[in-house]
Ligand binder design. Structure first.
Ligand SMILES: [Zn+2]
Ligand SMILES: [Zn+2]
Length: 304
């Protein structure tokens, strides 16, 4: 991949909980995790169990690159939110155990807890043999605000963080990461994340429930994106039982893709109850709503 390209690889595509087994072998059973590469940077979206295989690959890369304490591998991990299926791989993310690695976490705080405290609580000794603050890697933690923009230039391992609407980010040669606060997910909401470079863009909208007529804020945020990755956990029959759970149907995802004039739609956060046969059937129906649609599967890699 040339450093002018924006690429994304899917390491975990499942919602709620992991479902290993032969019925889910094609699409994969690991929970949410994506790897974005651009401008020489490594940006990870969510730390479901998919991050475990990604971490093993990154350790190999670290060894090949000869990373050291003085020249660490810098990894930037954005959390859409902190539900289990978006954090449960973190204690098993191998780079976290290497001094040669700097981990930068970006995610939501709550009224009463910082992101550090939220993550540290999940790795407290009752739940984990190794606590967050005992990990060998250097860890920097940033509480996200909706108006934060991150500009990753070629020459710096850390982004410049600014506040505001981001201005004319679209033509930037830097990798720009920006956010939309999404309220259509129970209790804590989520962050929708956009990665842009050289006029190309990828939008990651997981754990969101659509609205009748489409989510207009998300439509604006995703306008003309090359890729929209959208929650599509349910089919329409399931949705009638699950309204308010904070997930979408493929029709809802297609409505946003259409209205936002995106190039490609990838359906994500598959229901753990849907096996490969069911997802293949849903994919065919979804293509009838928006032609350039694909179901996310582990190993899918797209470059723009
Ligand atoms: Zn989820
Ligand atoms: Zn969730």
């Amino acid at each position: 991949m040339s450093s002018n390209e924006l690429s994304v690889k899917f390491w975990g595509v499942r919602g709620s909980y992991p479902v290993p087994g032969k019925e889910t072998n094609h699409f994969g059973g690991n929970t949410s995790c994506l790897e974005i590469r651009a401008n020489g940077h490594i940006v990870i979206l969510d730390a479901g169990t998919g991050i475990i295989n990604l971490g093993n690959k990154l350790v190999k890369e670290m060894k090949q690159n000869g990373n050291s304490v003085k020249n660490p591998m810098n990894i930037h991990l954005f959390f859409s939110h902190t539900h289990h299926d978006h954090i449960q791989g973190l204690p098993f993310f191998a780079p976290a155990y290497f001094e040669n690695c700097t981990l930068n976490f970006y995610g939501p705080k709550s009224f009463s807890h910082s992101l550090h405290d939220i993550l540290a609580n999940t790795m407290e000794s009752h739940f984990s043999p190794i606590e967050l603050d005992e990990l060998n890697s250097k860890i920097n933690i940033h509480d996200l605000n909706e108006s934060d923009n991150f500009s990753f230039s070629k020459n710096s391992p850390t982004p410049i963080i600014t506040r505001g609407n981001g201005g004319d980010t679209v033509k930037s040669k830097d990798l720009i990461v920006s956010l939309m606060r999404n309220y259509a997910h129970p209790k804590i909401g989520t962050f929708v994340v956009k990665a842009e470079m050289n006029g190309k863009s990828i939008v990651y909208a997981t754990d969101t429930e659509g609205y009748i007529g489409g989510d207009t804020r998300l439509t604006d945020f995703s306008q003309n994106a090359n890729l929209l990755i959208h929650d599509a956990q349910y089919d329409v029959h399931q949705y009638s039982q699950m309204q308010g759970f904070g997930h979408s149907t493929y029709e809802m995802a297609a409505n946003v893709a259409q209205a936002a004039n995106v190039e490609k739609l990838v359906l994500f956060h598959h229901d753990p109850g849907h096996d490969d046969a069911r997802l293949t059937e849903m994919e065919t129906k979804a293509k009838a709503c928006f032609a350039n649609t694909a179901m996310a599967y582990e190993g899918l890699e797209l470059t723009f």
